[in-house]
Design a protein around this ligand. Structure first.
Ligand SMILES: [Zn+2]
Ligand SMILES: [Zn+2]
Length: 220
């Protein structure tokens, strides 16, 4: 009897432990791809039918979806959300520094779900800069610029006065040109990213034959 109770207690404890949320960067499906003083970048891949562990976001964050997929999320104490369709280049921002979020993400569709999750650890020194265009999403830490470029199209020329992260949401033959004529062209694939910590003026051009989306997240 006593033994049976002990076994049950251990089982109950194990179940509770399994349900305890982990910080997002310790969730096994969130793979760390970049970390510096300002950002922590996690690439998440969920196979069809797969769910993440319960995890907590406690910094302001932003997400860039990389695939067509159908997902739902569970928040403890609430039921799962309705399935939501996402597309490559869908972006969002949250303010989890103020209000931490604990949830689980479920891939409820038949395709792989991939998303780049950016956690803003802190803002750089110095005064914030104004927006360079209408942001697609923002929070107190950063603005998210979503450049949807048809084949041959370019962004307006713009200047990043603050550190920023560029993330490819789709494949693209990407040309970056500076006003002095310096240019760099290379193919990018979904999830490729690059952190830039210097003041940059440039134009981004889609030199490929397909529509594409490139996302820039600039710290405030
Ligand atoms: Zn999450
Ligand atoms: Zn830019």
């Amino acid at each position: 009897m006593r033994e049976g109770f002990a076994v049950l207690s251990i089982l109950a404890a194990a179940l509770l432990a399994q349900e305890a949320p982990v910080p997002v960067d310790q969730e096994p499906l969130h793979k760390l791809v970049l970390k510096n003083d300002y950002v922590e970048v996690l690439h998440v891949t969920l196979a069809p039918g797969q769910s993440s562990q319960l995890h907590t976001h406690s910094h302001d964050g932003a997400a860039v979806r990389l695939t067509n997929a159908t997902v739902s999320t569970d928040v403890p104490g609430k039921g799962p959300t309705n399935p939501q369709s996402v597309r490559p280049g869908d972006v969002s921002a949250n303010s989890c520094a103020k209000q931490p979020l604990t949830h689980r993400v479920n891939n409820v569709g038949t395709t792989t779900f991939e998303v780049v999750d950016v956690e803003f650890l802190r803002r750089p020194e110095g005064p914030p800069a104004g927006p360079i265009a209408a942001p697609a999403a923002e929070n107190e830490s950063a603005r998210v610029y979503r450049w949807a470029l048809a084949a041959g199209d370019s962004t307006p020329q713009h200047t990043h006065a603050r550190p920023y992260l560029v993330i490819a949401a789709t494949p693209m033959q990407l040309l970056m040109q500076a006003p002095d004529g310096a240019s760099m062209e290379h193919p990018v694939k979904p999830g490729d990213l690059h952190w830039v910590d210097s003041k940059v003026t440039h134009t981004l051009t889609n030199r490929g034959t397909e529509n594409g989306v490139i996302v820039e997240l600039e710290l405030k």
